[in-house]
Design a protein around this ligand. Structure first.
Ligand code: ATP
Length: 328
């Protein structure tokens, strides 16, 4: 019979995302509900290595459901990539009598958790928290919805100035390997073109499309560019190329950058974080390990970390067609 889980650890790792606090709160409150101790580690794996922890009870997480960032802070830990680093983390967890860890983060965090569990036999459950939404096994990761709303609000503002001055704006949004933010915010904000890593539109087609828009009477345009788009070397080069080839356009660039990670989580992200995290605690209490929780078709499900890491969360190609139709 599996050993009874008496103490659960929780941490946030990798890039922070809005809703991580709601996730921490839900882990802590679910532990309290099920009469299980909860301990938080600061700065992800680095805090586990350094033994930087705090005992958490239901009252420790009051008034954080609405806050962006993470009260446990986040980090990328080079030391955890080494066997020695992971061994130090395992020693600290054993000293703290932690029976299982809940890891809130992205695919790197889950990869680390998988290695750690295999080497040291500590049960881990992953909760997907990343604005990029590039995790297989869940339709949505915590923070993605809030990031989309932030981007749409920013593009709405850019559109005001674009139309006042008849300008073409290239707006770079986050997403090095995945175009989820660009594609969905682009449709939501009514962008004329959306450039994503999954679909190489090509420079010629971009120029043709912009020319078509101009001839159709559009005096200003928004092009949403995912960080990882492969057309140009970067968004500035892309804008220069368009300026050279379409001198009628007054092209400008806005890089939205880190504002996309910040801000109060949307209601959707708070509810998602709450549902996923309660499930994560229940799985550990049930003796389960090496799983990731996710939301599929509005149901909370789980799959092995291995499957989550090997699978690919693809963009919905239908959205590309929608974008093309709507930019007519
Ligand atoms: P985001 O999607 O926001 O970037 P992430 O969880 O993917 O989040 P990473 O920086 O890739 O962020 O990973 C977080 C941490 O996980 C790393 O800093 C490292 O400490 C650990 N990690 C990643 N990959 C491994 C691995 N193969 N072995 C051990 N630890 C790893």
């Amino acid at each position: 019979m599996a050993k009874r889980v008496r103490r659960i650890g929780v941490m946030t790792s990798g890039g922070d995302s809005p809703g991580m606090n709601a996730a921490i709160r839900a882990v802590v409150r679910a532990c309290a509900y099920y009469h299980t101790d909860c301990i938080g580690y600061y700065r992800g794996y680095q805090g586990m290595i350094n033994g930087e922890s705090i005992k958490l009870n239901a009252r420790s997480v009051r008034n954080i459901v609405n806050q962006g960032g993470t009260i446990l802070q986040s980090a990328r830990s080079k030391a955890f990539l080494t066997e020695e680093g992971r061994a130090r983390a395992a020693e600290n967890l054993k000293k703290d009598e932690v029976d299982g860890m809940i890891l809130i983060g992205g695919d790197g965090t889950f990869r680390g958790g998988q290695v750690f569990s295999k080497e040291h036999g500590i049960s881990v459950i992953g909760v997907p928290g990343t604005i990029d939404n590039d995790i297989f096994g869940t339709n949505y990761a915590i923070g993605y919805d809030t990031a989309l709303n932030t981007v749409v609000e920013a593009i709405d503002k850019i559109r005001d100035t674009a139309s006042s001055h008849n300008r073409l704006f290239f707006v770079e949004v986050m997403g090095r390997d995945a175009g989820f933010i660009a594609l969905n915010s682009g449709i939501g904000a009514g962008a004329e073109e959306i450039l994503i890593p999954e679909e190489n539109l090509g420079l010629e087609r971009l120029l043709e499309s912009l020319e078509r828009s101009r001839r159709a009477g559009k005096t200003s345009s928004i092009v949403v560019v995912s960080e990882g788009d492969k057309i140009g070397k970067n968004v500035f080069e892309l804008a220069d190329y368009v300026k050279e080839n379409l001198p009628n356009y007054d092209a400008r660039v806005t890089v939205l950058g880190h504002i996309q990670r910040g801000g109060r989580p949307s209601c959707f992200d708070r509810v998602l974080a709450s549902r996923l995290s309660v499930k994560a605690v229940e799985l550990l209490l049930d003796g389960k390990k090496d799983l990731m929780v996710g939301m599929l078709n509005n149901e909370i499900e789980s799959c092995s970390l291995d499957r989550a890491l090997k699978g690919k969360h693809n963009i919905n190609k239908e959205l590309l067609k929608i974008s093309e139709i709507l930019s007519t």
